[in-house]
Design a protein around this ligand. Structure first.
Ligand code: BTN
Length: 249
């Protein structure tokens, strides 16, 4: 295999050199009743992003999906997306890349004064309103890939490009999964960790939602992941799932 993923983590590891999508595979495992599995791939041939977009996933990246079954209502699930962003940001910083989080879940890094995307997160779930059945958190890390080979609309960069040397994918994944595991057990601590890495707070933003545009200063984040915006008329909150586009103004 391209990577020997012997992780020391409370997740079973299923590794593929190539697979259409680790999220699709994790959903299939969920349907079979599995839990606490991390599906990893060196390459995805049909990676999916948010808003039904394609997600380019060439060999050299870290494409992974965490499947688990938390005992929480459906409405709490967005907190796991924030937890994944925190975990990926911490792992990137440990690898020497000063990443930050753009609400709700993009992990970005400043390259020559421009923010470029390092990591994308796609969370899927199923269940009843009062209790989720399963959650799949898909994390795509542009690790050892050439940003030139990724679609330029996403404004991508990679860990390798920023560091000038490849990252140890096994170690990065180990740290990411460890942090995620700690945070999923104490959802209340996720927001504090998230605030520490946020690049969105204190800035003027314009958020497009299905219900219209919200403009103002992003002042805080609220459980389970709503952005609090101070607008001309007072205060509005936008839930992570409703964000179609966020622009800093
Ligand atoms: C985004 O649009 O920013 C989210 C991208 C999520 C990509 C990851 S890669 C691993 C997992 N499998 C997928 O097909 N998508 C997610």
């Amino acid at each position: 295999p391209a990577v020997e993923y012997g992780l020391d983590a409370p997740f079973d590891v299923e590794y593929h050199d190539s697979i259409p999508s680790t999220n699709a595979r994790a959903r299939d495992l969920a349907a079979e009743g599995a839990s606490d599995v991390v599906v990893l791939a060196d390459e995805q041939t049909g990676g999916r992003g948010r808003l039904d977009r394609d997600w380019a996933s060439p060999s050299g990246g870290i494409w992974l999906s965490l499947l688990f079954r938390p005992d929480v209502p459906m409405a709490h699930a967005p907190v796991y997306t924030l937890a994944a962003a925190v975990a990926a940001t911490r792992a990137a910083r440990e690898a020497g890349v000063e990443a930050g989080i753009k609400w709700p879940n993009d992990v970005l890094v400043d390259v020559d004064g421009e923010e470029r995307k390092l990591v994308g997160i796609l969370t899927e779930m199923e269940g009843e309103a009062d209790r989720v059945s399963w959650v799949v958190v898909g994390i795509g890390v542009n690790a050892n890939v050439d940003p030139e080979s990724l679609p330029s609309e996403a404004n991508p960069t990679s860990l390798e490009a920023v560091r000038g040397a490849p990252v140890d994918r096994r170690l990065f994944t180990q740290r990411l999964v460890e942090t995620f595991d700690t945070l999923r057990q104490s959802p209340d601590s996720v927001l504090d960790a998230w605030r520490e890495y946020a690049t969105t707070l204190g800035r003027d933003v314009r958020v497009e939602t299905p219900r219209g545009v919200v403009e103002g200063e992003a002042v805080d984040v609220e459980f389970p992941g709503r952005l609090v915006v101070r607008t001309d008329d007072g205060r509005e909150t936008v839930s992570a799932g409703d964000c179609e586009h966020l622009r800093r103004v």
